[in-house]
Design a protein around this ligand. Structure first.
Ligand code: FE2
Ligand code: FE2
Length: 281
């Protein structure tokens, strides 16, 4: 298979069509929620993720939908609007699930609409980091038996949808970068770098909050990681890298892959002590 020129019309058609054609048209209302025994239900309710997850999916759907509607290119607009619908579906799934199992969720007010492109950049970079760690957490949850298999299987398509979203975003960003005239690239890169840095700072804040005792719901990555057992930081990062590879593997090899979170993870790995015994996970 020959390579593709990033930024070419062929590249645009490939990453948009790949995204549109891999859409799974399932309906959240058709999901049959499995019966859970009392200890499992208690564990599910105790996970401090649901308020943040429901609100984030809702806000992400609005931001992505707004950018899709503003996009002038019909094919890119179609793909981005479809991504917005998938985010809205994630929100509905979580809303249905929390209602079904009686999990309390505190809804935030309607968010202020950001400028569409800035909103999409923020969502894209945030998803690149969140999905990378979520892939690892999900694999831990599957291995540990923390949740029953039936529930894990229900969430599998959502995780894979997030993999599609960050793949689309990586290619959208690459396409735009390549089509920006050389003289404008420094300003373009600065804007992208700023959006990415803000998301990194947000993620670090969440991680450091996890050590505090304020009981805030949004420190979900670190809390959930603790819930899934004693796993060293190194083996967790290794697992995230391996899961990221696995989830990206099905898609056209000519497409660009998200690089920021894996590169940051590899950099962090150099600072982490080696495990005394391998394969703690
Ligand atoms: Fe989502
Ligand atoms: Fe997403």
């Amino acid at each position: 298979m020959r390579d593709i020129d990033f930024g070419s019309p062929e590249h645009k058609v490939l990453f948009c069509r790949d995204f549109i054609d891999s859409h799974d048209p399932f309906k959240p209302e058709h999901i049959r929620w499995p019966d859970l025994d009392a200890p499992t239900l208690a564990r599910l309710k105790a996970l401090p993720v649901w308020t943040e997850a429901v609100n984030t999916e809702y806000e992400t759907a609005l931001k992505v939908g707004a950018f899709g509607a503003a996009e002038k290119d019909p094919l890119m607009s179609e793909a981005i609007i479809l991504q917005g619908r998938e985010e809205e579906r994630h929100f509905r799934i979580l809303e249905l699930m929390t209602a079904h199992y009686g999990i309390p969720v505190v809804r935030r007010g309607e968010p202020k609409a950001p400028e569409p492109e800035w909103g999409f950049l923020g969502v894209g970079y945030a998803e690149c980091f969140d999905s990378f760690f979520a892939f690892g957490l999900f694999a831990l949850a599957r291995r540990s038996g923390f949740f029953p298999r039936a529930l894990i299987d229900l969430f599998e398509p959502i995780l894979q949808e997030e993999a599609r979203h960050i793949l689309f975003f990586a290619n959208w960003a690459k396409y735009r970068q390549q089509r920006t005239p050389l003289w404008a690239r420094p300003a373009h890169s600065f804007g992208n770098g700023l959006a990415a840095s803000l998301q990194v700072v947000n993620r670090l804040k969440l991680a450091f909050n996890a050590g505090g005792d304020d009981g805030v719901d949004d420190n979900f990555m670190m809390d959930a990681k603790r819930a899934f057992g004693d796993v060293s930081a190194r083996s967790f990062v290794e697992l995230c890298l391996a899961e990221n590879e696995r989830r990206m593997a099905p898609y056209d090899p000519r497409l660009a892959r998200p690089r920021l979170a894996p590169a940051a993870a590899r950099w962090v790995m150099r600072l982490l002590p080696a495990d005394r015994q391998t394969a703690a996970a």
